[in-house]
Design a protein around this ligand. Sequence first.
Ligand SMILES: Nc1ncnc2c1ncn2[C@@H]1O[C@H](COP(=O)(O)OP(=O)(O)O)[C@@H](O)[C@H]1O
Ligand SMILES: [Mg+2]
Length: 307
Amino acid sequence: MDYILKTQNLCKLYKNKKAVNGVNINVSKGDIYGFLGQNGAGKTTTIRMILGLIKPTEGEVFLFGERIFPGQNAHYGRIGSVIETAGFYPNLTAVENLEIHRRLMGVTNKSYLEEALEITGLTDVRNKRVKGFSLGMKQRLGISRALLHKPEFLILDEPTNGLDPVGIKEIRKLIQDLSMKRKITVLVSSHILSEIQQIASKIGIIHEGALLEEIDFESLKKKSRSYIEIKTSDDKKASFLLEKRKITDYKVIEQGVIRVYEKLNESSIFNRILSENGVEVSEIRVMNDTLEDYFLQLTGGSFRIQS
Ligand SMILES: Nc1ncnc2c1ncn2[C@@H]1O[C@H](COP(=O)(O)OP(=O)(O)O)[C@@H](O)[C@H]1O
Ligand SMILES: [Mg+2]
């Protein structure tokens, strides 16, 4: 397996608070890695350590297979990043802002700049001043700047923060294009589950500084189970009747609510049997455990992610 990024036991201590606590991240070539966690979970701090902007209290970062020591890494030229919101000179145009960066980065080929504008859909507004840009346009200009030196690995910290649904969709499409068409490996952080869910090939969940789970999207989908939910006036009698029908994989999740995890096509039969035996059924339907349920379970119910 080709790892682009690996962290081992990454920790950052601020005063006595562990902002990041023993994080092991594994990003493989070609991944869109969704780094998910609520505000204050430690996403930005982790990303800053990966980029060598702050020093880990403990732990190691490996990029492209090599151990990284903050400030002395030759690989940063292979990485592009936008952390939180990118800053620009408001009175300069998009192209002028990028031009400053191009020189700073020592990118000699000017066509890279045009290409970066084009990928992010900003060619038409290239000569407009940044102060007239919407937040979505500024975010895309930030990504454009991060792409200027043709990185292999792109790190985006909450790129959709504060955007409206149209802006969010644009960024999502852009990330997918960068991954599919340009073969760029991406790490994207967010506190919004639905956003990550729609694009990530792998998800890392950070909660109170610790990485609770790292899982590829396909396995995650398998973890979301389907079941028949039965709401009844008498769960004891209903359970008895289910067992009589050889149903064993079920749970009474609260008073009057039963979830049956097998024979999902028999909900109408269950309904009939229960009614015939005098058990009142107010509701019976097949449902899906959502990913949100799964995350809530993972964090002991304390993880409230916007979706
Ligand atoms: N420079 C700092 N000094 C002290 N505490 C910090 C500093 N930066 C971040 N923190 C704290 O570390 C925790 C993680 O922050 P952060 O990495 O910004 O979270 P996220 O990006 O997931 O919202 C928070 O509790 C935050 O207040
Ligand atoms: Mg942050």
